[in-house]
Design a protein around this ligand. Structure first.
Ligand code: SAM
Length: 228
């Protein structure tokens, strides 16, 4: 059976993975960045240390650090088990084994947990959920969404995807979403109608090759620009 999760889990990738997934240049990293569904990823923590400006939004941030740690620990075993049972769905080059995956992910999530209390006080971790966010129009220069939209196509329907991306386009002139596959390395059925919807409104919608390689076949992001 293919890689499966019943719910959207808190699972965090590293700064370097974000850079590769979204082909982020040094100039991109200098922009005001919104990370939507960042969960326990270390992108915000590391970018902040580098002097960058990131705000992360996730309903997870309503919980205490101890409760988030507990949810991460519960998720950890499930995700590693699913990965071990479906090893062929992944490319074991940058990360060479399931054990190494566990170490890399846990290091990123520990980095997030160490930064979370001060980041939340500073307004960098905001406990809100798409598709309705409280920021003013054009509060950001670049909105990123990793491993939420498209990946969870079974849990989140097309209408949710369109409303969520509409909201990201309200907040930022450029939106990037990765990956375009759902769990189990199946192309998300929502990608074609989402592209058609936003092109129909006059946006420029591109599927852009990125250097990130892990989930087999997941090597492109969606980029939406050119607000009509
Ligand atoms: C698999 S994790 C991905 C975390 C991070 N983006 C990464 O790639 O490492 C998915 C995250 O989406 C969050 N999430 C679920 N529903 C959401 C919503 N409606 N709006 C924003 N985030 C949501 C979950 O809480 C979870 O932290």
């Amino acid at each position: 059976m293919a890689f499966q999760l019943n719910e959207i889990v808190p699972w965090g990738r590293s700064f370097d993975e974000y850079v590769a997934m979204f082909s982020l240049s040094e100039s991109d990293l200098g922009r005001r960045i919104l990370g939507c569904g960042d969960g326990p990823a270390s992108f915000n923590a590391v970018l902040t240390r580098r002097g960058g400006r990131a705000v992360s939004v996730d309903p997870l941030y309503a919980f205490s650090p101890a409760a988030i740690r507990h949810r991460i620990d519960r998720t950890f075993a499930t995700v590693l088990r699913e990965t071990r049972n479906n090893k062929d769905e992944f490319i074991w080059e940058n990360i060479r084994s399931v054990d190494e995956l566990g170490r890399v992910r846990m290091a990123a999530m520990n980095d997030f947990l160490a930064d979370f209390p001060q980041g939340k006080s500073a307004g960098r971790y905001v406990p809100e959920a798409m598709p309705a966010l409280s920021f003013a129009d054009a509060s950001f220069d670049l909105a990123l969404c990793s491993h939420l939209l498209f990946l969870y196509s079974e849990q989140l329907d097309l209408d949710f995807h369109i409303r969520a991306i509409t909201e990201l386009c309200r907040l930022s002139p450029e939106v990037r979403v990765f990956p375009l596959l759902q769990l189990g390395t199946v192309p998300s059925p929502h990608v074609p109608p989402v592209c058609e919807h936003f092109r129909g409104l006059g946006y420029t919608v591109d599927q852009v090759q990125v250097p990130y390689r892990f989930q087999r076949g997941a090597d492109r992001m969606l980029r939406i620009t050119g607000q009509p």
